[in-house]
Structure formats: C-alpha cells, structure tokens
Design a protein around this ligand. Sequence first.
Ligand SMILES: Nc1nc2c(c(=O)[nH]1)N[C@H]1C(S)=C(S)[C@@H](COP(=O)(O)O)O[C@H]1N2
Ligand SMILES: [Mo]
Length: 551
Amino acid sequence: MTVVSINRRTVKRLALGALSGLLAGYAALAAAELTASLVRPQAGPVTVIGGAAIDRTPPALKDFAIRTFGENDKLVLQLGILATVGLLAAALGMTALRHRRTGAAGILAFGLLGAGAALGRPDSAGAGDVLPSLVGAVAGSLVLFLLVGRVSGLPAEAPTEVPGQLSVGDGDGDGIDDGADASPRPPGPWNRRGFLVAAVTTALAATGAGALGRSLTGRRGRGAVASRAAVRLPAPASAAAAIPSGAGLPIPGVSSFTTPNQDFYRVDTALVVPRIDADTWSLRIHGKGISRPRAYSFADLLQRPLIERDITLTCVSNEVGGPYAGSARWLGVRLSDLLREAGARAPSDGGRADQLIARSVDGMTLGTPVEEVLDGRDAMLALGMNGEPLPFEHGFPVRMVVPGLYGYVSACKWIQDIELTTFDAYDPYWVKRGWARRAPVKTQARIDTPKPFGRVPAGTVTVAGVAWAQHRGIRRVEVRVDDGPWQEARLAEQATSDTWRQWSFPWPTTSGGHHLTVRATDGTGEVQTERRTRTIPDGASGWHSVFVTAG
Ligand SMILES: Nc1nc2c(c(=O)[nH]1)N[C@H]1C(S)=C(S)[C@@H](COP(=O)(O)O)O[C@H]1N2
Ligand SMILES: [Mo]
C-alpha cells in the first residue's frame, strides 16, 4: 500500500462523509418544509433563521445589502443560509465518519437552534412552530447515521479490503459501527451498493417531501387568493382629483407619474409574503385615549365611505438618486374618522397618546405620530392600489398610507392592530434598531435620464426626472452643469402636494464629460440641502448628481 493510495482512500472517505452530510442536510430541510406546510409555512427553518438574521443585521450591513442586492436582498440572504447549512452539514458528515453520534447530535443541535429561532419570531404562533425544525433535525440525523454507517466500511488507512470478506461491523449484525467510537475494530467491507441505494433513496424522498410541502403551502394560500379575487372595490365617496394631463411628461426614461403595481418598489422584512384571507381578517383599534375600542372586518371597511388619493411613497433607505419611491392611486378609509369614532384626540387637542403603533400579521411594528394622522392630511387604511385590491406584496388586505412620512413610520402592510400609545412608552421595530422615531420625507430631486455614466449625442439633450417633498409639494427644480450656475428646470404640472413632480431641462451639450446636478425647492420655499447624510437615522439628504459624456 503506497502513501498515494492511502491518501486517495482518505479523500474518498471524506468526500463520502461530506456527501452524507449534505444529503442529511437536504433531508432535514425537506422534512422541515413539509412539516412547516402542515403547521405554518412561516415556521420553516430557513424562514425563521432568515427572519432572526434580518432582525439582528446591523443597519450598515442592511444598507449595504439593499444597495448591493436591491430587492434581491432576501433571495441573497436565503441562498446564504442554504450555503451555510450545506457547509455545516458537509462538515458534520465528515465528523460523523469518526464520531457518528457526534455528527448526528450536531444536526439535532442545529434543529434546536432553528426551534429557538421559530419561538423567537414576533409572529410565532406558539409551541407548534418548533415542529418543523425538530422534525427536520430528527430526519437529518437519522439519514446521517444511516449513510455514514455504510461509509464506515471504507477504511481510511488500513488496507483491509479483502474480497469476499463478511461484514464484521460492531457485532450487531448491521455492518455498521454505531458506537464506542474510541475503540478500534475491524471495519466492515465498503458497501458501495448499499451506500448508493441509501443515498439515492434519501435524495428522492427528500425531493418528494420538499415538493409536497411546497404544493401544500401553495394550497394553503388559496383561500387568500380567492378572497382577493372576490373583492369588488366600490366607487369612492371622495374621488381623487383628476391627474392634470400635464403631470406626465412624454420623455423616455422618466418615471411614469403613476407607478404600475408590478413596478412598485417593495421593502419589507417578510421572507414569506403573508397571504391573508380577507374574509377572516380583522383590525383592532385600542389603546390610550381610545374610549370605544373596536374591531373591523374587511367588509366593515368596504362599506364605509372611501377616499381615493394619489400619494407618493418613499423608503427611508433610499439613497440619494435611489429607486425606492413610487406613486399610486390609493383607495381607503380615512384613518382619522376611525380614530375619532373610537374616541382619539390629537395631542394638540389634549389627547394623551402621541404615537400610533401599527402591527402587522408578521409581527412588524411601525410608529406614526398621532398628530400627523389627525391633522387633516389624507392618512388612510388603504384597500385598493391603482384600481385593484392591494397586491399581496403591498399589504393585502389592508395597509396604512400617510402622506409625507417615510414608509417605516407610516405604511404598515398586512396591518391587523392599531394601538395608541406614547413615544416614551414604546419603540417600534426600526426605532429599536437605531432609526429615528419621527421621519418626515426629505425633499429630493432625482435625475432619471440620462443614466449615470451614460453617453449622450451632441446637441441639445433632455435631462429629466422626478422630485418629491410629500405634503409640502415641489415649487422649483434647478439643474447645474459642472460648476455652472443653477438653471431653472421646466416643471410638469403638480398633481397634489402629496405626489412627486416630474421636471425636465433642455441641456445644450458641449463635447466631453460633465457632471449634472439637480436640486429641488419644496412648497414652503426651502431649498433641498446639499449636506450629504446617510440613510440612517432619518433618511438620506444631499443633491443627486450624474456624470455623463456628450458628443
Ligand atoms: N408589515 C410590514 N409593513 C411594512 C414594512 C415591513 O417590513 N413590514 N416595511 C415598511 C417600509 S420600510 C416601507 S418603505 C413600505 C414599503 O411599502 P411597499 O413595499 O408597498 O413599497 O412598507 C412599510 N410597511
Ligand atoms: Mo422603508
């Protein structure tokens, strides 16, 4: 026996150990997802660990992820978790070659971690949530135990392969060394066929379990899909003002005045989009100063007089020039009506509560100033978005929309509870993570065209984009070429002060590279600040600038 062949044998053993680990990990996840489909899809280990990871992500890393992966951030996170699980499983598989019980126990330990994460989720439905992780771990450790048992016949060092030798194992007749790791014993023969059969069986069974789980989960959401399909949105009692024909400029590359639902940006922490059956949904309103707490069904809200408004929504995580802004026509119930009926009063009117906490079915909490909700602006519980029921991604059946405030302090999707409290008494989700308690939208102008580092032809080029300062409106937009003077851009008509406003600027180019910079002035006359700030704690500020080459 040469050194080379010993190494090759060792490598083969390790590879088979790693493969056993990977298959065990795969079986564990598949069994877990199947169990989750029966218990609660959101309780699956990848989802709960992903959720726990999101909750613990430092703001800087979250911003990096949003910047780098955009709306694929959740996909990247899930792939990262799968890759980590794969690596750990392979390592446990190799460990199990020598210490079979340790390997299997390792998988069980990860199952306990998953179960702990499941219990710690804010939307945890209780003890049943631990089942997916635990069932998965038991399945995984059994698979590992079994597969590694078949590999143990392949010796790492001793050249004991004797054709026709009978299985020796540990004497219990299964040819498997399943205990007393320390005491050396003659290994059984390498059972290639046995391993192969077990490995393929595991892979097939896991794939089947996973597919079954996915289809059961899909079926679970069917009630919600049907309830959404059955929604007939009534005509509003107070229709939105017609959008002036001059509000949308016919310039290629400019964000359309109304953002179609399928293009609307999405920012949330939900790894699984909640699919709520509108027929069983209800919303509770209670808390400080609410003398008549009550619950509303979806039908209750639909029967009320509805308002329809064009409102632009912006995310606090939007970088200067970033994509997280969109405008839609929302249909909903005036939130101030519901609150006043329940007995609420604005702090300026002697009300004791200054913060409204909105809670979603997935455990998210958002804190909105009560004063703003009651100050006459069109704060609403939206049921419709651009003429259809809310898409699931955007909060079906009901979400909040408050003009002028960043989404994280106002726009609760999948809302199920409204509680009046004080800023002193309670910090919602993002505030606990370092973001500001109060966050009115900052004035921003964005160059949509030309694109950064683009090439433009010689002659006059149309520079254009959108500007927003929700609830204050946009009074002026100016463009600067390189270090030249500020020149006034042409403004599209303003629909309302709650929507963004398009602008354009004819730029007579000179050949070469140029910096184009834009700034807006809001309806109060305040010029957008040049001072660059990060998104945290209360939104990015500074001027948007693009570099383009002309000629
Ligand atoms: N339940 C829930 N609601 C939420 C969030 C969330 O993570 N969960 N994110 C908020 C944030 S940060 C923003 S900017 C808006 C985005 O709404 P959209 O995804 O419909 O554009 O939703 C808000 N509502
Ligand atoms: Mo946001």
